[in-house]
Design a binder for this molecule. Structure first.
Ligand SMILES: [Fe+2]
Ligand SMILES: [Fe+2]
Length: 192
């Protein structure tokens, strides 16, 4: 397996910004792997990418963007733009999942998605993450890292082979399951 599969090493000082930055780097590596590979390697890398993106963007939608809205400096427009980008990326992702890695438009689509997702991530890094570090207490940011990690740990890993169609296309089910489980875990603390 590529080492992009490995989670970033959590240290005691890791905060949620560290975690999300590490995931941005993992997402970029997985895009490179998908674009540069074929066959089963490409299929597996795309599968990993879909699940990481689903978990990452769900955590941002549930935790990071709502928090950014509450910070000083009028962040509403900024957050709305990020949410729009996430919505658009999800639509493109749905199309790519539906067609599968062997579809005619996949090569073009995956490059468009890569450019959109990486631009989106750079905007988060430039405008949103620094605000979190500036205005949110460090202890809270560390606690959020633990929340996001715990939520993502509940997400299903590689789908059962039966979850893929005879053509080898990824079913949308695994991505949706990741979104649901991460969202549920964030909304309902495990001790409740
Ligand atoms: Fe995002
Ligand atoms: Fe992000």
């Amino acid at each position: 397996m590529p080492d992009t599969d490995a989670p970033a090493t959590p240290g005691p000082e890791e905060d949620v910004v560290d975690l999300l930055l590490a995931q941005h780097a993992q997402v970029e590596q997985l895009f490179l792997l998908v674009i540069g590979s074929t066959g089963d390697t490409r299929r597996e890398a795309f599968d990993d990418l879909v699940k990481l993106l689903a978990a990452h963007e769900t955590a941002e939608e549930e935790v990071i963007h709502p928090l950014a809205r509450t910070l000083p400096g009028g962040n509403d427009a900024l957050v709305d733009d990020r949410l729009d980008e996430e919505r658009q990326a999800k639509e493109t992702l749905r199309t790519l999942i539906a067609g599968g890695v062997d579809a005619d438009g996949f090569d073009t689509g995956i490059i468009l998605l890569r450019d959109a997702v990486l631009t989106h991530a750079r905007y988060e890094e430039r405008y949103e993450f620094p605000q979190l570090r500036q205005h949110v207490p460090a202890g809270r940011l560390r606690a959020l890292a633990a929340t996001v990690r715990a939520a993502e740990a509940t997400a299903p890993t590689r789908p059962h082979p039966g979850a893929q169609s005879a053509k080898g296309n990824l079913a949308a089910g695994p991505a949706l399951a990741v979104i649901d489980r991460v969202r549920d875990a964030i909304r309902k603390p495990s001790d409740s």
